[in-house]
Design a protein around this ligand. Structure first.
Ligand code: PAF
Length: 291
């Protein structure tokens, strides 16, 4: 595995790497967990692979956790190497945002919903950095996790709208055995919060089960989800929504394939999760299909 820290070295390393299938990019902010590893393994399986590690200041609001965002590059490099990654790019900020950098990429509407409503400017920061990284690395494939469902929908929209020549692959959320979605921010949870946090996934799964059992009324499903979220000790729900899986428009009537989205806080720590209806209660879905 090669590590490069400048744009010049990146260009050189990419020239050596390039093969008939191009390269796959896993763009990250580091502090790897098994979710990142699953993206890396897929990238490695698909061909030459590049991981970028850059904690992007533009996607954090002024009151958010940019400074305390967890970082451990020595550990990250070891994990990337073990996953079989060919190249790691750890750019200095000036590579990503040179002094004359003046372009902001915004996917309108989609970026203002849900997380975007509570984190103004966040998705503009994400799409701007991802567009820049796609330009610098020119991957044929780019890998993202379903845990950041809205982010992946926005990136897909950007890639389609700008006719960018990259295939966006979104891989399933990796969870602890308890159901808790892996996130770099989980390290901030206290023991008590960690005990309570799996209930977030459980609330989604229980609501999905209710839908699969026949309840299709969106308002009733969301009211049940709200009750479940509000019962989680120490958790302050921020939003809960039922949306179309592609354009994320709120839905009044639930259908298989729609997405339930939730976000909230344990103390200062913000967690998000989601569930594609019909995908986590596999047993229930089979039952439904049989009836
Ligand atoms: O999902 C993330 O880790 C970040 O939002 C990304 C896509 C690396 C952009 O900084």
């Amino acid at each position: 595995m090669r590590l490069v820290k400048s744009r010049r070295d990146l260009d050189q390393a990419l020239a050596h790497l390039d093969g008939p299938d191009g390269v796959g990019l896993v763009a990250t902010m580091g502090f790897f967990h098994a979710g990142h590893v699953s993206l890396m393994k897929q990238a490695v399986a698909d061909g030459k692979s590049v991981v970028s590690i850059f904690v992007n200041p533009r996607q954090f609001g002024p009151e958010e956790d940019f400074d305390r965002y967890p970082r451990d590059s020595a550990r990250d490099l070891q994990i990337a190497e073990e996953a079989g990654i060919d190249l790691v790019y750890m750019p200095p900020e000036a590579d990503v945002y040179p002094p004359d950098f003046a372009t902001l990429v915004t996917v309108s509407e989609l970026s203002d919903l849900y997380c975007g409503h509570y984190r103004p400017g966040h998705f503009q920061g994400v799409t701007t950095v991802v567009a820049r990284l796609l330009g610098l690395i020119k991957p044929r494939r780019a890998y993202f996790g379903q845990k950041d469902y809205q982010q992946s929908a926005i990136i897909r929209r950007m890639v389609a709208d700008l006719v960018l020549d990259v295939e966006v692959r979104v891989l399933p959320t990796v969870r602890e055995e308890s159901g808790l979605a892996l996130s770099s921010r989980n390290v901030f949870l206290t023991e008590a919060q960690r005990q309570a946090a799996p209930a977030l996934h459980q609330a989604l799964v229980d609501t999905e089960r209710e839908m699969l059992a026949g309840e299709r009324d969106g308002a009733r499903l969301l009211a049940a989800l709200e009750r479940r979220l509000k019962r989680i000790p120490g958790f302050k729900p921020q939003y809960w929504a039922l949306a179309d899986r592609r354009n994320l428009e709120p839905k009044g009537t639930a259908a298989i394939g729609d997405v339930l989205l939730v976000a909230g806080h344990f103390g200062e720590t913000r967690l998000i999760d989601n569930c594609l209806l019909g995908e986590s209660n596999q047993g229930a879905r089979t039952l439904l299909e049989l009836t």
